[in-house]
Each structure stands twice: as C-alpha cells, then as structure tokens.
Design a protein around this ligand. Structure first.
Ligand SMILES: Cc1ncc(COP(=O)(O)O)c(C=O)c1O
Length: 445
C-alpha cells in the first residue's frame, strides 16, 4: 500500500506545540503517521510500522474500522450536535446501556466525558458530591499511589505519582497522599500477579490511623498501573484495599482508562481480579480511539446518594461538559462496542495473551533488559538506564520506529499492548522487531 508522502520541513512544524513530546528533537527528525489500517500504520516517508501499543492503548479493534467511520459520518449528517444540558439524544443512552451491560453488576450508571483526564476530575467531583449528599462533607482527603498516572488535569496531576508530571505544577490540589507503588525490585520477570506485596495495601490503613478514616473521601488506583510500565498488583492487594475502604466508608475508584475493554483478559480488570470498585473511570478503547471520549461509571448507591439529595426538579450534580455524550463520539462508541461483541474481541485477547506473553518474556535473555512484567495483552519492558533516566527509552523508541514498530515509552520502559485483532504472525513480527532493535542498542552501547 502506498501512503501519501508529506512534504515536511522543520519550519512547517513549528506552529504545533506537541503534547508530551520532545518538540525540538521531534521537529528535527519528524516521524509522522499519515495512514493506518488494521495493526499497521504508514509514516510520511512511506515506511510501514506495526502498532505495538495500539496507539496509546486505544485501538484494540485495529485502525481504520469502516463500521465506526460510517457511524460517525452518519451521526454528523443526521444530528451533529445537541446540548447535553437539559436535553439529550438517543445514542448516549444506547451507549451507556451497552457499557453498563459489561460492567460488574452494581455499577449501572455512566457519565460521559471527553477524555481519561476529564473522567478522573469527574470521579473526584462525584466522590465529593456523594459524601456531601450524605452529610459527610468533612471527607476532603484523597489517597493515590506512587507511580500512578491519572491524566493531566489538575485533579489527575494532584493524584499523580510521577515526578515529572508533578514537579512543575506545585499549586495542585492539597490533601492528597500517595501509598507506595507495588513494584518490587526483588521480584523481577513476574508474569501475572506477584506472590508477595499484599502488605503494601496496609499503607491505606496507616493513613486511616494517621489522618482518620472518616476524613478520606476516596482512594484512586489503576488496577494495573499502565503508563508507568504495567505494574500488576500483588495477589490479595486489591482485595485488601477494598476491605479497608469498606471498613472506613471510603470510596474505592478504579482508573480503568487503560485496563478497560478487554486489555487484561476480562472486560474490565475489576472482573479479572474479582474486586468491584464503587466508581470506575474509562476512556481510550471506549471508542477504539476514533473519537475523544471517556466515562465514569458508578454503583447504584453512589448514583442514588447524589440523586436523592435534591428535590425532583433540581439539577442534582453541577457538572458536565459541552461535549459530554457528543453524538459523533457516542456513535463511535456504539459501533465500537458492537465490534467487540460481534468479533468476540475480549475473548480473543484473553486467548492470545499466553502467546503474546511467551513472546515478550522470551526477550529476557537480552542483557539490556532489567525487568519484564505482563498480564493479558499488556507488558512493561524495563531497559537498563544509560545516561539520564529516560534518555535511553527515547532513543530506543526512535530506533524501533525506523525499524518499523511503534511502542509507547515512559522513561526507559516500553509498554507493549498489541491490538486484539493481531494474529500470531503480528505478535511474532513485534517480538522480532523488539529483539532486533534492542540488540542494535546493546551493540551501540
Ligand atoms: C490510567 C489513566 N488514567 C487517565 C489517563 C488520562 O487519559 P487522557 O489522556 O485521555 O486524558 C490515562 C492516559 O493514559 C491513563 O492511562
């Protein structure tokens, strides 16, 4: 397939200030994607790149899905926009029902937003609104975790456990404390859940003893920390968090922005681990990455708590975005969820997981790798640091791209998360390209 070749110069790229990107470096050596289809993309020089991270964990059904494009096209022609405040349009209700159908049971109410970051800010506000409605407004403290990524809005940055995302922005929300992260350097190359580490959940118990459990509104965790390299929770850890939350009336929030929609081998990580949160955030694969959209889903008691605190004709929750439940995004969401059902994509991902993880863990003989973790269709591959932390990861990411593979890197960790439509030959291609590139990097150092 021939991809259109863009005519680029450094100057023509200056107007766009790129997100989470080394702008100067990128503009000196641009790597633009101009076409994508299935598990592949094509760069502006015509090179073919296999998508080893499903974009940013967004595209399990593969790129260029006609069903989704048609649904969006149709939505824009028939009903391009209507105010979501005090009016509505049918597809947001359809999508909420479809999502609710695959959520763990008492989670039955879905609030739409436009990104994972907005989902996190919305979840914070729902937690505040719920406690206030109950007359528990003194719960103003939030608990998060080191190495957490909860997006980039002020709420998400306040909950963040990543130094680079926090240190520039000192004026974030007060009253957030971080539990320890769950990565144990003594226990490396673990596939699935580590055996040890449950006691790290007792950090929450210590906060309850230090600050008073009745001052804590909610605990936010990614069931599997995604952006900092697929940190899988130790056995019993999430269950213990659930117990402590129940004991102290604290809301448990799972941020499933990456783990939602089949990534870990079940529709949501919550179901895989058998732990049901009170509130769940999601985004990314909700629309297969085709339209910006996120959502917050809550248990009945949270919804009812907020609803029942206001008189019948009053607005119960003073929150929402101009584009909450946008018709085009909802159409993309409905088409995406239908593809997941029709193609059994969550089951397909669960079935492919063993093969994928076998491939990823086969790389452990490479001296450059210091750890590998994995679960479902996601794995974190830590490279030994060379120079400043993160500088090796950036270089390897570029080298990998020119060798024909896209992988999302955070610092020196590559996070591999193939589309669920990948077959074994695609997984083999990814593993081969990773090995070749890491061997080149080893030889060059
Ligand atoms: C767990 C988690 N929460 C929130 C976000 C933020 O999502 P967005 O980039 O759509 O704002 C991300 C993004 O990667 C994420 O991984």
């Amino acid at each position: 397939m021939n991809a259109p070749v863009a005519n680029l110069s450094v100057n023509s790229l200056e107007a766009h200030w790129m997100p989470f990107t080394a702008n100067k470096d990128f503009k000196a050596e641009p790597r633009l994607i101009v076409k994508s289809e299935g598990v592949y993309a094509w760069d502006h020089k015509g090179g073919k790149v296999i998508d080893g991270s499903s974009g940013l964990f967004c595209v399990p059904a593969g790129h260029g899905r006609k069903e989704i494009a048609d649904a969006v096209h149709n939505a824009l022609l028939t009903n391009d926009y209507c105010s979501p405040f005090g009016s509505g349009q049918p597809t947001s209700f359809t999508l909420a029902q479809m999502v609710s159908n695959i959520l763990p049971d008492p989670i039955n109410h879905v609030f739409f937003v436009n990104s994972g970051s907005e989902a996190i800010d919305t979840a914070l506000k729902i937690a505040m609104a719920y406690h206030r409605a109950k007359g528990d407004g003194q719960r103003t403290r939030f608990v998060s975790r080191e190495r957490a990524y909860h997006g980039v809005n002020i709420g998400g940055v306040s909950l963040s456990g990543m130094v680079k995302n926090r240190e520039t922005f000192s004026g974030v929300m007060p009253n957030v404390v971080c539990m320890r992260h769950t990565w144990n350097p003594e226990e490396r190359f673990v596939r699935g859940q580590p055996e040890s580490g449950i006691e790290m959940a007792d950090d929450l118990q210590r906060f309850c003893e230090t600050y008073g459990g009745s001052t804590i509104a909610a605990v936010f965790v990614e069931p599997v920390a995604g952006s900092t390299g697929c940190l899988v929770p130790p056995k019993g850890y999430l269950e213990r968090l659930r117990e402590i939350c129940d004991e102290h009336g604290i809301l448990l929030v799972f941020d499933e922005v990456i783990t939602g929609f089949g990534r870990c081998g079940a529709p949501f990580a919550s179901q895989l681990f058998g732990v049901t949160p009170d509130i769940m955030t999601m985004a990314k694969a909700l629309t297969n990455g085709s339209q910006p959209m996120g959502a917050v889903a809550v248990q009945d008691f949270v919804y009812d708590g907020v609803m029942n605190a206001s008189p019948d004709a009053a607005i119960e929750f003073f929150h929402g975005y101009t584009y909450s439940g946008h018709p085009a995004a909802c159409a993309a969401g409905v088409a995406t969820q239908q593809i997941y059902i029709d193609e059994n994509l969550f089951e397909k991902a669960a079935d492919m997981s063993e093969y994928f993880l076998d491939g990823i863990f086969s790389l452990r003989d490479l001296d450059i790798i210091s750890d590998i973790r994995g679960i479902g269709m996601m794995a974190g591959v830590d490279l030994k640091t060379k120079g400043a932390p993160g500088s090796r990861g950036g270089g390897v990411q570029k080298r990998l791209f020119w060798n024909g593979m896209h992988v999302k890197f955070t610092g020196d960790c590559g996070i591999v998360a193939p589309p669920f439509v990948s077959d074994k030959s695609h997984i083999d291609e990814m593993i081969e390209k990773l090995r070749k590139t890491l061997e080149e990097e080893q030889a060059a150092s």
